[in-house]
Design a protein around this ligand. Sequence first.
Ligand SMILES: NC(=O)c1ccc[n+]([C@@H]2O[C@H](COP(=O)([O-])OP(=O)(O)OC[C@H]3O[C@@H](n4cnc5c(N)ncnc54)[C@H](O)[C@@H]3O)[C@@H](O)[C@H]2O)c1
Length: 370
Amino acid sequence: MSDFSNEFIQQLNWVRSQMPRTQKAVRQFSALPNARIAVCTHLDIKMIPVFESLLEQGCQLFITTCDPNTVRDDVVSYLVSKGAEADAWKGMPEKAWRESLANAVAWQPDFICEFGGELISLYHQQQGEGLIAAMEGTGSGVVKVRQLDLKAPVLNWDDLDAKEGLHNRHMVGLTAWQAFCQRTHLTLHEKRVTLLGYGLVGQGVAAAAKAYGGSVTVVERDPARKLMAAYDGWNTAELSEVLPHTDVLVTATGAKGVISREHLCQLKAGAFVLNVGHGAGEIKIDELKDDVANEVMPHIFAYQFDGKPVYLLANGAMFNLTAGFGDSLNAFDVTLSIMAGGLHYLLTQGHELPVSLQLLPDAAWKPYLA
Ligand SMILES: NC(=O)c1ccc[n+]([C@@H]2O[C@H](COP(=O)([O-])OP(=O)(O)OC[C@H]3O[C@@H](n4cnc5c(N)ncnc54)[C@H](O)[C@@H]3O)[C@@H](O)[C@H]2O)c1
């Protein structure tokens, strides 16, 4: 009898059946070296097909997470049952999380596959030895990797058109507002939505907010992108002028600490705040440690600022995956097939790559999109 619930097995079979590109990409895993791979990603059920296939081909995996909020413990248990080592659980405290990253680096991986650049950065800070090559799949992580004096090649697959242009642009906004609707039982009609950050994620968040009934204002620090938002038809403003009129504030900057307690105090009573950027750090949650929050509905944390309730969704964690299902399976199939193609390239060609941050070549992933 399986150690996993029928519901889990059903979901996993459904995931596999709806991700044909990924299945095609993992079929090439048959001639892999016996490699040690440290993983630091979201640990959602959609990741299983790739990691499971690596294990089946004799690779060793050490699994950590880029975000304790998005970990599914049943996914971790499943991968451990298939032979992975893991140091990740849902809601693990910051200290345990930092230790898990240190443990992954101390495990001396040949390769790193991650979202967020934490392991690659730590490996370089600790002057680690033996890393052959790594791959990074987020904008936030690419920014971190750019600041390193690299000792091993790093493949950037976030900046591929097919990753940024589909996943970032089309999926995040759609799934974030869908989760907003499901969790709050509200649409965005008659609501003024303030969006911080107009990258590809922000562009999709703005378009989907309009589709859900919202009236959107963009706050963007880059003048070129601010202009782009205006040309796309959105209101643009400075954060300080728009906060008191905001019903829903959403962050999509990839930057740390863009919203402080002081900003939250300026919001009107009953405003919602959510983050869809990579890390939980876009909102300065540390500044709220003396404020009492009640989880009035699942994932809706009610704070009182100057006697006004403000609802922080998922307590600032990446909302669409923490409180929702994240990307649709068909869209994530594209993303994951690119990652699988990238892993194959990393493991088979990684030794020969120049030591630099470089875009994953077309030949490694385009065949799976056809
Ligand atoms: N939630 C998800 O499922 C998901 C999926 C993909 C990417 N992401 C994450 O979303 C974030 C954004 O991704 P992107 O590709 O749009 O990045 P991007 O770097 O292209 O865009 C971010 C924008 O935010 C702006 N910005 C930064 N700080 C700001 C501030 N204080 N005020 C106003 N604007 C500010 C920048 O100028 C930039 O235009 C990243 O962290 C990325 O990893 C999340």
